[in-house]
Design a protein around this ligand. Structure first.
Ligand SMILES: Cc1cc2nc3c(=O)[nH]c(=O)nc-3n(C[C@H](O)[C@H](O)[C@H](O)COP(=O)(O)OP(=O)(O)OC[C@H]3O[C@@H](n4cnc5c(N)ncnc54)[C@H](O)[C@@H]3O)c2cc1C
Length: 418
């Protein structure tokens, strides 16, 4: 067994882990990144399309180009990186935390540390998470897996494709598979509105004349060994309208039906989870309910833009470094989702400093109003031309918006969309 003693262990070497580790190292702490894959970069490595870095670098980069902007500095900063190494357990010790990992080349690695940053990203919902009737043939896979097969392994998973769900990964794969010569016959979305961004609807579907069937469900997958067809039907009063069902012959079904923050490790370490975001409950320093364990990136909540992952992760690394150096905890107020809001991250707001928040709406609405109240008094009111659950909303509160002693013991920050 290998033993390592470091101030902080970052679990996951995607965009969140890289930015958090760099911030920790810049503040003078010793850091190790533990990554289960053979490369740093995470999901970015399979996203060979452009659209990354518009906020962070004011440039339109591909996923691998964006990752490279962080991997080089991580190597130069002397951050120890363990690749092909999977964290199995986070333990509690009298002196801090232990992290137990399994390395393909080195066996068991045991870290003694004082801080842990969770940056494990998220995973895709699969056929087991959605109820689709029919047989269980080959040719049903998630859109992210298809993306990895095409962009990294160089394999095309099928020829005639139907995509279930209109999340961004599915939309991007509709275009990608068209470009490699597949027929993408339909994208089928149960909601009356798309789950992916408006930009991807235009650039990935409309530009390639790929039909999007909103308010439709896949009623059945057919095929013995390999997928042969799917049946789809429009929803009427919340049920599939059997009279309007039709059959689409295809050999492949891609599922793009949502992402789930990867928190099995967090739960086992006793980290409380927020039901709205499915990620850890965090304070304004992005520290979870387990002292010394911080979280950022898609493990905390599913982000739409990598630039916001970097912003959040950098702040996480900075706050973790401050905590390691014994900084006093600022006074914090709980943050709660109000009307039409699914979740707000973080779950607490620090008095007397700038706070940045990310949230997701529960509704689709034009001309909406973001309404933020601190202890019942309006602290921010912002017009939003359009909101929908698939598009993350970011806002900030200036230091004077959250007083040290807000009125009333029950004072909370409540965020609503009206
Ligand atoms: C298809 C697709 C298209 C996208 N398009 C855009 C776009 O156009 N523009 C944009 O800005 N953003 C886009 N994004 C979003 C952005 O890429 C992600 O939000 C961001 O990269 C997530 O970073 P992360 O570090 O949180 O997670 P990840 O990149 O998933 O990194 C998590 C890492 O943790 C590792 N890990 C997990 N568990 C363990 C463990 N137990 N031990 C060790 N390692 C572990 C994983 O192997 C992985 O490398 C897209 C995302 C996808 C999937």
């Amino acid at each position: 067994m290998i033993h390592r003693n470091v101030d902080a262990v970052v679990i996951g070497g995607g965009s969140a882990g890289l930015a958090a580790a760099l911030a920790l190292r810049t503040a003078g702490t010793t850091v190790a990144i533990v990554e289960r894959e053979p490369f740093l970069g995470g999901i970015l490595l399979q996203c060979i399309h452009s659209g990354f870095g518009l906020h962070e670098f004011r440039q339109d980069l591909t996923g691998p180009e964006y990752a490279a902007r962080f991997v080089g500095p991580v190597r130069e900063a002397g951050i120890e990186v363990f690749l092909n190494t999977t964290v199995m357990e986070i333990g509690e010790e009298p002196t801090g935390r232990s992290v137990i990992a399994l390395s393909q080349n080195q066996g068991v690695v045991r870290f003694a540390t004082r801080a842990v940053v969770l940056a494990m990203g998220c995973r895709e919902r699969n056929r087991g998470n959605v109820a689709i009737a029919g047989t269980r043939p080959a040719g049903v896979l998630t859109a992210g897996l298809a993306q990895r097969l095409v962009n990294i392994e160089g394999c095309i998973p099928g020829r005639r494709v139907v995509i279930v769900g209109s999340g961004d990964i599915g939309l991007i794969m509709a275009r990608r598979l068209t470009l490699v010569g597949c027929d993408v016959l339909a994208v089928v979305e149960i909601q009356p509105y798309p789950s992916g961004s408006a930009r991807n609807i235009v650039q990935c579907l409309n530009d390639y004349s790929i039909p999007l069937h909103l308010g439709h469900v896949v009623t059945r997958i057919e095929g013995r060994d390999r997928v042969e067809a799917v049946r789809i039907a429009p929803l009427s009063d919340g049920r599939a309208d059997a009279g309007k069902e039709r059959r689409i012959e295809c050999d492949t079904v891609l599922l793009s039906v949502g992402l789930i923050p990867e928190n099995e490790l967090s739960r086992a370490a006793g980290v409380p989870i927020d039901e709205g975001s499915s990620g850890p409950h965090v304070d304004a320093d992005l520290m979870t309910g387990a002292p010394g364990i911080f979280a950022c990136g898609n493990v905390l909540h599913v982000h739409d833009l990598v630039d916001y992952v970097t912003e959040e992760a950098r702040r996480c690394g900075e706050r973790a470094a401050a905590w390691l150096s014994g900084a006093r905890k600022d006074a914090m107020l709980p943050v709660v989702p109000g009307a039409n809001v699914r979740y707000v991250v973080p779950n607490a707001c620090a008095a007397g400093r700038k706070n940045v928040f990310y949230l997701r709406a529960l509704v689709v609405k034009n001309d909406a109003l973001l309404d933020v109240r601190v202890g019942g008094r309006q602290a921010r009111s912002q017009k939003l031309s359009h909101v929908q659950p698939s598009e993350m909303i970011r806002f900030s509160l200036e230091p004077d918006a959250v007083p040290e002693r807000p009125a009333g013991e029950e004072a909370v920050v409540e965020v609503s969309i009206r």
